[in-house]
Design a binder for this molecule. Sequence first.
Ligand SMILES: [Cu+2]
Length: 227
Amino acid sequence: MALGVVALIIGASALGYAVYLGLSQLPSQLSAVTVNVPCSTSQPCADKTIRIDWTLDDSGQDRYNPQYVTVVQGDNLTIILITNDTTDAHTFTINLGLRGFSSSTFFQLNNSWTGLSSGSFITAGTPGYNLNFTGKPDGCMDNNGNTVACNTHKMDDTANGGTGPNGDCNNTLENPPTSSAPPCDLWSVGYLGVVNTPGVYKFFCFYHQKGGMFGYITVLPNKGFSA
Ligand SMILES: [Cu+2]
């Protein structure tokens, strides 16, 4: 009996987790968290700048920090993607369903500087595969899903032996990466805009999604929001 109850609890939580990870709709557990803040698309609840760092987890895998972000329906979001990797390029890519757009529409920041690599999760010969980017990043998309010039910046790292704000990252691919070059401090900023559709939305790195570099933005329902 006790075993059965435990199994039931484990089963139920496993299901809840699967639902949470798999759907872009709000999990039932979170629907109860509905807030009531009067705001609209033209008068957002709050302006929130979300800083997303690239990091490595305990086993050396590429990850985002934070991986989970919670905002309120009607918040006005700006995303900063900061990557300080020695070898690999990273993106912040998210479906624009949280702004009420179709599932084929994406917002994307791209920190793929000259000299970086797409890494080992992209198959050679398929889009995005590049072991040594030779130009500044492209493929960025704005908050309406339109292609825009990437506004990626590189820190002036000359004092640390780097190549300066316009130089290459100088991280020639080694396998495994053992580059002694300094990490390449990159950042880009994108205006994501007012999130008007509650749900759980996955954001991911185009190059490392298969390796687990993804996270979720939860948009809590807001009774006080009007379009
Ligand atoms: Cu990545």
